[in-house]
Design a protein around this ligand. Structure first.
Ligand SMILES: Cc1cc2nc3c(=O)[nH]c(=O)nc-3n(C[C@H](O)[C@H](O)[C@H](O)COP(=O)(O)OP(=O)(O)OC[C@H]3O[C@@H](n4cnc5c(N)ncnc54)[C@H](O)[C@@H]3O)c2cc1C
Length: 326
């Protein structure tokens, strides 16, 4: 791969400041080539400044005369910018996974879904590493096609500004109505509702850098879990047993039939560490477990084990963090 190869980053919207997960992609892309950000709307001036600070050379607005929220249309539109590009990175959302799978079919490009690490391989290839099968296997996938497509999990790297800021150029590429309509394949988007994340409820679980999760050991009282999450600025997670008991909402469930997370810090309290749960959190960078049973299975995979009653340990930890932060 040459340093002049284009490394594309797909971003949902440039109308507002970018999320950390998008800035992580730009940070990764800088090591793979000259970074161009692609989106379906025009960049706001503040976003353009932000992209410049992160070293983005080019911003491409795909102006689709149709519905870019249909994955077939989005994939077709992206074929306008992939010529000559070495790699295209996107966040590992359900929609992006489908868009990139369709783009892989259209372009013949190799695809890696849910990469946790991305790097340059031998001879100019792109390599994506990921954990699969409920956290029991680590895969390293080398993409040897001229274009590599990867969806990347949040918290893969820490976003960092470029040592050489840029002033990104802005281009608009029109995708005509006939092309968009053909790509829609007879599907019409009837309505689309975006469920905004309640900022006061803390960060979104799937993207959070810090997660505090509670299990059956809470006995249904998640107050200590929420208190520690609040002190850390963390998202709250849970196990399926807690959801089944009706103690907490399903969207907090981590595991095989819930959300898969890879935060920088996972704290699991009153959680035994069943395989179904581990599959969703084992890729966390640092794992802390709080459990009253010194023989519990989660202690086998954690970095720090705290033997104790969560109702005592978590409030003490929250108080210590608050004191340290002033
Ligand atoms: C098909 C299928 C899919 C599943 N998918 C998922 C999934 O996606 N996610 C998931 O989480 N589970 C899933 N499960 C359920 C999973 O197998 C386990 O039953 C579940 O993860 C156990 O939850 P837990 O750790 O909260 O409870 P338990 O296994 O009961 O563990 C509770 C722990 O709390 C500790 N404890 C008790 N009191 C305290 C205290 N005061 N202080 C500190 N520690 C205390 C205990 O020592 C124990 O280790 C699935 C199961 C099936 C069959």
């Amino acid at each position: 791969m040459t340093s002049t190869s284009t490394a594309l980053v797909l971003v949902d919207s440039l109308a507002e400041p970018l999320r950390d997960a998008d800035l992580e992609l730009v940070t990764i892309a800088r090591d793979l080539g000259v970074v161009a950000v692609v989106s379906f709307d025009a960049p706001a001036p503040a976003t353009l400044d932000q992209l410049g600070a992160y070293g983005v050379a080019r911003v491409v607005e795909l102006a689709v005369d149709g519905e870019p929220h249909l994955t077939g249309v989005a994939a077709q539109a992206l074929t306008h910018v992939t010529d000559g590009a070495r790699v295209l990175l996107a966040r590992a959302t359900f929609a992006h996974k489908e868009v990139l799978a369709r783009l892989a079919l259209l372009s013949g490009a190799g695809l890696v879904i849910d990469a946790a690490q991305v790097r340059e391989g031998d001879g100019g290839s792109v390599v994506g590493a990921k954990r699969v099968f409920a956290g029991t296997w680590d895969l390293v996938c080398e993409v040897r096609t001229p274009l590599a497509l990867l969806t990347v999990r949040p918290n893969s790297v820490r976003p960092s500004e470029a040592s050489d800021p840029t002033t990104p150029s802005v281009e608009k590429v029109d995708v005509p109505a006939e092309e968009a309509s053909a790509a829609a394949g007879g599907v019409r988007l009837v309505s689309r509702t975006v469920h905004e994340i309640d900022a006061e409820a803390g960060p979104a679980l799937a993207e959070a850098a810090y997660v505090v999760a509670g299990g059956r050991g809470t006995g249904g009282d998640f107050a200590p879990v929420r208190e520690l999450a609040d002190a850390l600025g963390a998202a709250v997670g849970s196990t399926r047993d807690c959801v089944d008991e009706g103690w907490i909402e399903h969207d907090t469930q981590i595991g095989q039939t819930g959300v898969t997370i890879s935060p920088r810090l996972y704290i699991g309290a009153g959680i035994s560490g069943a395989p179904h749960h581990r599959g969703g959190m084992q890729a966390s960078e640092v794992i802390v477990a709080v459990n009253s049973d010194p023989e519990c299975p989660i202690f086998e995979i954690c970095d720090f084990a705290v033997v104790g009653d969560l109702a005592t340990v978590l409030p003490q930890a929250a108080a210590a963090i608050r004191e340290r932060r002033g």
